[in-house]
Design a protein around this ligand. Sequence first.
Ligand code: F6P
Length: 322
Amino acid sequence: MNAIAVLTSGGDAPGMNAAIRAVTRMAIERGAKVYGSKHGYHGLIDNALIPLELRDVGGIMQHGGTFLGSARAPEFRTVEGRQKALEHLSALGIEGLVVIGGNGSQTGASSFNDMGFPVIGVASTIDNDLIGSDITIGVDTALNIALEGIDRLKVTASSHRRAFLVEVMGRDCGYLALNAAIAGGAEGAVIPEIETKPEEVVAELQQSYERGKTNGIIVVAEGAKHGCDELMSYCRTHPEIGFELRAVTLGHVQRGGAPTAYDRLLATRLGANAAERLLGGEHGCVVGMIRGRETATPYSEVVGRTKGVDPKLFELANILSK
Ligand code: F6P
């Protein structure tokens, strides 16, 4: 392969820049030209492909977000959209593509690979719901940002004997909420995978106060069945519950942080490995970290499935929250 392209797609994740840098520098080291696609798949469709040299990817690793831009691109789901992308790539002599992103992005990548264009994915999403990596790029940073929020909220909550709902990202997946709850010493986690009713949340908080706690923190995933709005309105209509409740949404704040050392290293190792594999002739897979090793998992095992949370961790969160 003489030239490859790299893009970041879907929700941005802290560490994406380190992955772009690693893909670029490894590919150049192996003798290939590298192009960056602006705003994910849009850059392929609209011919917004920029050459990347060694210095173009300098000074970006410490920044969150992605200097190439990211997007969700519905047009790439159509054969016509992917056909346009093929034309633009072949006009520049680009023979392979690295897609840094999560589930939706890797589904698009797999379809493109099926059309005969070699693609390799890099596991990147703060949700950690992608099959093929024990942990994905951005999770560590997003978790640490949630923890900073929880630690601070505990301080003010204790001063006022209040309880807080802390909403974290995760439309379909409770990994962040559950792990932030465990690491933050919260009283509970409300996640999409396991239904928790408002009255159960309230009972948990009441029991905590009875055990002598001075605050209560419940971490709620954005996509939980009974989410923050419903929990707040339940408490408003049940003043007899005996404590004051406030809600804080962390949301996109979690995605915007500077990547932690862990995320920079993970992204660097996965990005470099993906470039090496692609230039060595491998494609049709996602590169992730499994048991400490860069590992390629075929798209057939990744696409259309999600990782889910470990129910044992949910149990652990409940035991330790006492
Ligand atoms: O997939 C990553 C993620 O941050 C989810 O946790 C969240 O539900 C979603 O993206 C939000 O998407 P958007 O940035 O389009 O609002």
